[in-house]
Design a protein around this ligand. Structure first.
Ligand code: THU
Length: 151
């Protein structure tokens, strides 16, 4: 069951670190059409962290979200056994903003990563202020997901 955390102090140290890495890169979002900042950070079984931001396009539908950017970064480094993903997003650092949760397409992309690692992936969704964090998993975010085979 998904839970909400409203104090950083209640987060395990490694999760806070992952959220901070996601927040750090969110300032690099190429978001000239929406002005919405998103940063994602994935942690693999090797313990390494890979980040990504959203990258928009004048042809709006071609925009790329932060989550696949981070996952592709891990894959490009030959390190794609992802165990945890942290996502932070918002228009600004208003502490009252809700956590950003991944869009439907991103859920399917994260699900594929869970097939690669062979287990459920922990998903931490936050606002930019890191003051409201939804704790969930990809199985919970995308039940009965489409897949072709168990990898
Ligand atoms: N966006 C993400 O990068 N990840 C999400 O989980 C939600 C939406 C981006 C896409 C677009 O650049 C902007 O946020 C507004 O939708």
């Amino acid at each position: 069951m998904s839970t909400i955390i409203t104090s950083r102090d209640d987060l395990p140290k490694d999760i806070l670190e992952l959220l901070i890495e996601a927040k750090k890169v969110s300032v690099n979002a190429y978001n000239r059409y929406s002005n919405f900042f998103v940063g994602a950070a994935v942690k693999t079984t090797s313990g390494k962290i890979y980040t990504g931001t959203n990258l928009e396009n004048a042809s709006y539908g071609l925009s790329i979200c932060a989550e696949p950017a981070a996952i592709m970064n891990a894959n490009s480094n030959g390190d794609n056994n992802i165990e945890i993903i942290a996502i932070v997003g918002g228009f600004n650092e208003d502490p009252k903003q809700e956590p950003v949760t991944p869009c439907g397409r991103c859920r399917q992309v994260i699900y594929e990563a869970s097939q690669i690692v062979g287990k459920d992936i922990k998903v931490y969704c936050s606002n930019l202020n890191l003051s409201k964090i939804r704790v969930t998993t990809i199985e919970e975010l995308l039940p009965f997901a489409f897949h072709l085979k168990e990898v």
